[in-house]
Design a binder for this molecule. Structure first.
Ligand code: ATP
Length: 314
């Protein structure tokens, strides 16, 4: 399936979905459709309402309002039937550290009602998928963060779910472990598993997601493919100029007219331009002397900054 052509078969449909905690509104009436076979992302900073949304989709937290249908069913009346067809990877690994890697899988399989023989076959397949076959009989506790994450994902796949929900799958992992994990998620997608994930890493959203929504303060502020979001909300390139001055406004004023838009951050200016090299020359001609300058292509981070006035990770 092409990145931009998911089949029109919505597995998740939310309309006006809300989550209240007392007076506080964590999710404020969002509309979302996730199609079969796509990788769909919720991108936003801490507190945006991503986990609250995932918990409603995972049928562990009832919606406070709006409509939610998953696999054509209503979580209020069909929670158990839906959960049987979902895999859930929570933000915090909840593995049993006092069991072996394999036993963590076997126990979960039994919980989903698989026979002992089925559990053994499935555990072996998943150990291989997670690249943990050699660790099958090791205890979980001393494993690296990346291994634990892969085991948590393997465990969530024991029931061959149609939808895999991943809440911040790579938070806390080092770059290499993140890439290994992305590779495994690509494999799942190729096998037809629908992926729904939250992240506050823009590179993760760009790499993994066919489509995503940008969330802030419980609301969806933009929706589209990574490319369409960047094309709609940013310029082709961004020139980053770093300074160690207290106030960067005077530099920004000198650059008036050089860029479509200039963002003044505490340590740098971001110039939104079509041609970073041209803007570098223009800045030089105006006598602006940064500590360093870097022209790069626009990213979802720039989209987020444009939409909310804040960076994704403060
Ligand atoms: N059980 C709860 N009771 C009260 N407030 C809650 C509860 N769960 C979440 N919230 C609040 O709802 C808001 C959204 O939280 P949520 O965890 O959904 O955000 P998030 O986008 O997933 O962020 P994070 O990356 O920190 O998980 C936050 O302000 C949070 O404090």
């Amino acid at each position: 399936m092409g990145r931009d052509e998911p089949t029109a078969d919505p597995l998740i449909e939310a309309t006006g979905l809300r989550k209240q905690f007392g007076e506080f509104t964590a999710v404020d009436g969002i509309d979302v459709q996730v199609q079969r076979g796509e990788a769909f992302g919720f991108l936003g900073p801490n507190g945006a309402g991503k986990s609250s949304t995932m918990r409603m989709i995972g049928c562990v937290s009832p919606p406070s309002g709006g409509e939610l249908r998953i696999l054509g069913m209503d979580p209020r009346s069909d929670g158990a039937r839906i959960r049987a067809r979902l895999g859930v990877v929570p933000q915090q690994d909840s593995l049993d550290g006092e069991l072996t890697v394999r036993d963590n899988l076997l126990i979960y399989g039994r919980y989903f009602g698989l026979s002992r023989a089925e559990c053994r076959v499935r555990a072996d397949e998943l150990l291989e998928f997670a690249n943990l076959t050699e660790r099958a009989d090791a205890m979980v506790e001393p494993l690296s963060g990346g291994m634990k994450r892969r085991l948590t994902i393997a465990r969530a796949l024991i029931n061959r779910p149609e939808i895999l929900l991943l809440d911040e799958p790579t938070t806390g992992l080092d770059p290499q472990a993140r890439h290994v994990l992305w590779d495994r998620l690509f494999r799942l997608k190729r096998q037809g598993v629908t992926l729904v994930l939250t992240t506050h890493y823009m590179d993760e959203a760009e790499q993994l997601c066919d489509r995503l929504v940008v969330m802030d303060g419980g609301r969806i502020v933009a929706e589209g493919t990574p490319r369409s979001l960047i094309e709609t909300w940013s310029t082709r390139e961004v020139l980053e100029l770093r300074f160690d001055d207290e106030d960067l406004t005077p530099h920004a004023e000198k650059l008036d007219g050089v860029a479509d838009r200039i963002e003044v951050l505490p340590d740098r200016l971001l110039l939104y331009v079509d041609d970073g090299e041209e803007a570098t020359v223009a800045a030089h001609q105006r006598g602006v002397q940064p500590l360093s300058s870097l022209a790069r292509r626009s990213t979802l981070e720039d989209v987020f900054l444009r939409l909310t006035g804040r960076t994704l990770v403060d």
